[in-house]
Design a protein around this ligand. Structure first.
Ligand SMILES: C[S@@+](CC[C@H](N)C(=O)[O-])C[C@H]1O[C@@H](n2cnc3c(N)ncnc32)[C@H](O)[C@@H]1O
Length: 318
């Protein structure tokens, strides 16, 4: 059973050991899912709890786009009528906080398997976000109902994505909206020719990541392959599609230190997870990018930027 955590109890630890989880990961910190305590192979198993700062920084970088998305949802929903909002697979709660800003009259509940990430969500929200620990899909039925259910980059960590959408659709109140942020475009942050190695490194990293992502999905418990047409899947869940929009995150160079540190962790995870799929030249180029002092390094180079697109698919309960 999930545990409800009121926002008044920050720091209360409900660790259930669910920190080690499936998932490869690169541009979007993919990974996570059920914690089953066994190794899933290189690039598909890591510790969610340890990624808290990384997830937080990524969500902070994308905050303007998510805020824009939340206002769009508010228009779809007639914001005043929204009393309860779930953020499913919330991670450290950055987005749940933005949802609380956009829906000030609603109770916003961050839902995640990771007690450590939910602790983070409570601490950073200063009482505005409630949390509920839930191991999905087992705990779907215990989440309660909501007027808006938001889920970003989490459904793909569940073996049966269609069943997950159907369960969430069943938790919507009449007229409520399910908003699923999946895919979009992978973030880009380097020039095509970065002056080290062969041009096009980032496209090759993205291609290698796709294989890791597919392997992560293939290894999930109860995995089901499906055409990932999110609008069609929302309709198959019994909802009426209400539009898909993409929101751009555009941080031009020069980046601040926090963004550079985020990219450094991002690249070092790619270096670890994709090592076997890359050739020597690309591995060396990654080493040059990771060098904290070299002028080629991501922490120093003046041309690093951050450009990403979040796509949000929505559908309404009848
Ligand atoms: C890539 S993170 C996304 C975090 C946040 N939604 C965002 O977009 O920044 C995926 C989140 O889903 C959670 N998660 C993965 N599998 C889960 C499961 N089976 N049950 C509950 N939460 C899960 C992880 O703990 C992690 O916080």
């Amino acid at each position: 059973m999930p545990h409800d955590h009121s926002p008044q109890t920050p720091g209360h630890q409900h660790g259930n050991g669910h920190g080690h989880a499936h998932g490869g990961g690169s541009g979007h910190a993919h990974g996570g899912g059920h914690a089953h305590g066994h190794h899933q192979g290189p690039g598909t198993d890591f510790d969610w709890d340890a990624l808290a700062t990384h997830l937080e920084r990524e969500a902070e970088l994308q905050s303007p786009a998510v805020t824009e998305a939340a206002h769009w949802l508010s228009g779809l929903l007639d914001g005043a009528a929204v009393r309860r909002v779930l953020d499913v697979g919330s991670g450290p709660g950055v987005i749940a906080g933005l949802l609380a800003d956009a829906f000030p009259a609603a109770e916003v509940v961050a839902v995640d398997q990771s007690a450590a990430l939910l602790d983070r969500a409570r601490t950073r929200s200063a009482g505005r976000v409630a949390t509920r620990q839930a191991d999905l899909p087992d705990d779907f039925a215990a989440l309660g109902t909501a007027d808006l259910i938001w889920s970003a980059n989490a459904i793909h960590h569940l073996g049966d994505q269609q069943a997950a959408l159907t369960a969430l659709a069943g938790a919507l109140r009449p007229g409520g909206v399910l908003a699923v942020a999946e895919r979009g475009l992978p973030a880009r942050f380097l020039p095509r020719d970065l002056g080290v190695g062969r041009p096009g490194l980032q496209a090759r990293l993205d291609a290698a990541h796709e294989d890791t992502f597919s392997r992560m999905r293939a290894e999930l418990p109860g995995t089901v392959t499906a055409v990932e047409d999110w609008t069609a899947m929302l309709a198959a869940a019994g909802l009426v599609p209400s539009g898909t929009r993409t929101f751009l995150t555009d941080h031009p160079a020069p980046l601040d230190r926090a963004a550079r540190e985020y990219l450094h962790v991002n690249l070092s995870r790619r270096r670890d997870q994709l090592a076997e799929q890359l050739d020597d030249a690309d591995r060396s180029a990654l080493d040059a990018l990771l060098d904290p002092e070299a002028p080629t390094g991501i922490l120093v180079r003046p041309d690093a930027f951050y450009l990403a697109a979040v796509t949000v698919h929505t559908a309404r309960a009848a």
